[in-house]
Design a protein around this ligand. Structure first.
Ligand code: ASP
Length: 341
C-alpha cells in the first residue's frame, strides 16, 4: 500500500478565527483532519506530522526550510510520497528552496494550501488536499512515481514548485507557472504530462542544508537613486544580488549604475539578471541596455522566477565552491527551474 506522510507547517488551510480579534491564527492539525472526513476513505495509508509550532508562512525563514527538508529526509525510507501543507504567502519560496536542497529526490513532494480555511463552508482546502494526496500516490505501470519532484498543487493545476509565483491574494487560482507548463491538470481525471517532459528519475537523496542569506533583491525603477544603490551594493556581508531589470533584461544607461555594479562584481559579489516581467526571460544581447550588463559580468538568470533565483543563490552560496563553479551553476538548470535555449 502506498504510504504518504502529510507535513503540516501552518497557513490558512489549518487556521481558525480568533474569537477575540477576528484574525486567523494557526491551529492544531487535529482540527484539519477532523474537517476532511473523506480522508478515512482514502485508499492509501497516510500519517501526519505537524511542524512545531505551525506558522503563518509570512514567518517562514530558511531554518524552517531546513526543518521541512530534514523531516522529509528522516522519513524518506518509510514513505512513498510527501504532501506539505503550507501557507500560500511564501509557498513558492519554500517550493523553490526544497527543489534545490533535496538533491537526488526521487519521490513526490507536493506542496499545497488554501485561500479559505478548511473548516469554512466554501473552502478550497479540501479539494487541494485530497487531489494532492491522489497526485502524490500516482504511479506508472512499473510502480514508479509520476511526479518525483517538488511541486505545488493549487486550483486544479500541478506545477513545478520552482516555477511558481503567488499571483492572487483573493481568487482560488493563487499560483501561476508562467514559463513552464503544468505537470498535471485535474478535472474528472488527473492528466499527467508525458514521461519525456518530466525530470529524470534520481537515485539517492542528499539534503543540502547550508544556506547563505547574504543576498538582496534589487528592483530597478525610473528615478532610482545612486546613493541608495551604492549603500546596498557596498554592504559589508553582501554576496549575491538578484537584479530585477526591465523587459528582456535591460537597465538604464546610467554610468553610475554600471560603475557600482562592476565594482561589486570585482569585489566577488555575484550579480544575476532576472526580469520584472513574470512571463518570458532575459536575453542580454537584444538591446544595448542589456548588453552593457553582460559586458561587466552580470550573469543571465534566464526565465527564472524571483523565488527560484533568491533560493538558488542562498543554496549555491552555502556550498563550498569556487567563484567560477558558482557562476557556472547559477546559469545551469539544477532542478528544472530555468529554460536555456
Ligand atoms: N498568511 C497565510 C500564510 O501564508 C496565507 C495563506 O495561507 O494562504 O500562511
Amino acid at each position: 500500500m502506498t504510504k504518504i506522510l502529510i507535513i503540516y507547517t501552518g497557513g490558512t488551510i489549518g487556521m481558525m478565527e480568533n474569537p477575540q480579534t477576528g484574525a486567523l491564527q494557526s491551529f492544531d492539525f487535529k482540527h484539519l483532519a477532523s474537517h476532511v472526513p473523506e480522508m478515512q476513505y482514502f485508499r492509501h495509508e497516510t500519517d501526519t506530522l505537524t511542524m512545531d509550532p505551525p506558522i503563518d508562512s509570512s514567518d517562514m525563514e530558511p531554518h524552517h526550510w531546513v526543518r521541512i527538508a530534514e523531516l522529509i529526509q528522516e522519513n524518506y525510507a518509510r514513505y512513498d510520497a510527501f504532501v506539505v501543507l503550507h501557507g500560500t504567502d511564501t509557498m513558492a519560496y519554500t517550493a523553490s528552496a526544497l527543489s534545490f536542497m533535496l538533491e537526488g529526490l526521487a519521490k513526490p513532494v507536493v506542496i499545497t494550501g488554501s485561500q479559505i480555511p478548511i473548516g469554512q463552508l466554501r473552502t478550497d482546502g479540501r479539494e487541494n488536499l485530497l487531489t494532492s494526496l491522489e497526485i502524490a500516490a500516482a504511479k506508472d505501470a512499473e510502480g514508479r512515481p509520476l511526479v518525483p519532484e517538488v511541486c505545488v498543487y493549487f486550483e486544479r493545476q500541478l506545477m513545478r514548485g520552482n516555477r511558481t509565483t503567488k499571483i492572487n491574494s483573493e481568487g482560488f487560482n493563487a499560483f501561476r507557472s508562467y514559463n513552464f507548463p503544468p505537470l498535471a491538470t485535474a478535472g474528472i481525471h488527473i492528466h499527467f504530462v508525458p514521461q519525456e517532459r518530466r525530470l529524470p528519475l534520481q537515485s539517492e537523496l542528499k539534503v543540502s542544508t547550508a544556506l547563505d542569506t547574504n543576498v538582496i533583491m534589487l528592483p530597478l525603477f525610473p528615478g532610482i537613486q545612486e546613493d541608495f544603490v551604492e549603500r546596498i551594493l557596498t554592504m559589508p556581508h553582501l554576496r549575491g544580488v538578484i537584479l530585477k531589470t526591465y523587459g528582456s533584461g535591460n537597465a538604464p544607461k546610467k554610468p553610475w549604475l554600471l560603475r557600482l555594479l562592476k565594482a561589486a562584481i570585482e569585489r566577488g559579489i555575484i550579480v544575476v539578471n532576472t526580469t520584472q516581467c513574470p512571463e518570458g526571460g532575459v536575453e542580454m544581447t537584444l538591446y544595448e541596455t542589456g548588453l552593457q550588463l553582460l559586458q561587466i559580468g552580470v550573469l543571465n538568470g534566464y526565465d527564472s522566477t524571483t523565488e527560484a533565483m533568491v533560493t538558488k543563490m542562498m543554496y549555491l552560496l552555502g556550498k563550498d565552491l569556487t567563484m567560477e563553479e558558482r557562476c557556472q551553476l547559477i546559469t545551469t538548470s539544477l532542478a528544472g527551474e530555468i529554460t536555456i535555449n
